[in-house]
Design a protein around this ligand. Structure first.
Ligand SMILES: [Zn+2]
Length: 238
């Protein structure tokens, strides 16, 4: 826990300019971004269990695109000399890690969209709102402004911020319409798994400490989050 806390105290400081009060760690620690806090917990669980493939991943897109082999083959670890063999997909991940990967992917797609570098940079800055709860209301409390059902029409895709609530500082909604995230589209099985993870639908018994409700960064009804992933699952159908 001490090791992980030390790492968390450094999180985000590498990008601060040298003159910035947070650059040398002199200022009081900022509240952690909820995704970073969750990743910290998962790293602690990794160190505790010695099973990195359950709590960590190499690439969000890669792990969400693949269900993966159900059991890790120790030979494969040795062959690749890696902590996590490349055959691992989301089915190997713990439920908490699956939830984090999913919402990180949603945020990445909101920020990166078609990938034009200047615009990505601007949106990245908007996504790092200091002093706020650090996640847009459209991720945290009401996902309707994301409009995951939108299709790319004849006109240009709607500009980021078009469907955000008026007081939203993040200005990232709607989620890029269908056809506007060709590489980044989250595949249907992974969306269905997000629905399956929601309380009331989980049938298997998880060990203490790994039992989940909705992710702690989310404050909305289970039914609303279920509806969001239902729409996301339908996007990749014709
Ligand atoms: Zn929004």
């Amino acid at each position: 826990m001490q090791t992980v806390e030390r790492w968390l105290s450094m999180a985000g400081t590498a990008n601060r300019a040298p003159g910035h009060p947070e650059a040398n760690g002199a200022s009081p620690p900022r509240p952690l971004h909820p995704f970073v806090a969750e990743a910290g917990d998962l790293v602690a669980l990794t160190l505790e269990t010695g099973q990195p493939e359950r709590f960590l991943w190499i690439d969000e897109k890669g792990v969400a695109d693949n269900i993966g082999a159900r059991t890790g083959n120790p030979r494969e670890y040795r062959k690749h000399n890696l902590w996590i063999p490349p055959s691992v997909g989301w089915s190997t991940l713990d439920a908490r890690a699956q939830c984090l990967v999913a919402d990180v992917l949603v945020m990445l797609n909101l920020i990166e969209r078609d990938g034009h570098p200047d615009e990505v940079e601007e949106r990245m800055i908007r996504a790092e709102q200091p002093g706020t709860s650090s996640l847009p209301p459209c991720i945290r409390s009401d996902r309707r402004p994301l409009r995951p059902d939108l299709r790319a029409g004849m006109a240009d895709p709607p500009a980021p911020g078009t469907t955000c609530p008026p007081d939203c500082k993040f200005q990232l909604c709607p989620y890029p319409p269908r056809g506007c995230v060709p590489r980044g589209e989250i595949r249907e099985p992974f969306c269905r798994q997000q629905q399956a993870l929601l309380p009331g639908r989980v049938r298997r018994c998880l060990p203490r400490g790994l039992r989940r409700k909705t992710p702690h960064w989310v404050s909305m009804r289970v039914r609303e989050l279920d509806g969001f992933w239902q729409q996301m699952a339908g996007r990749t159908r014709s």
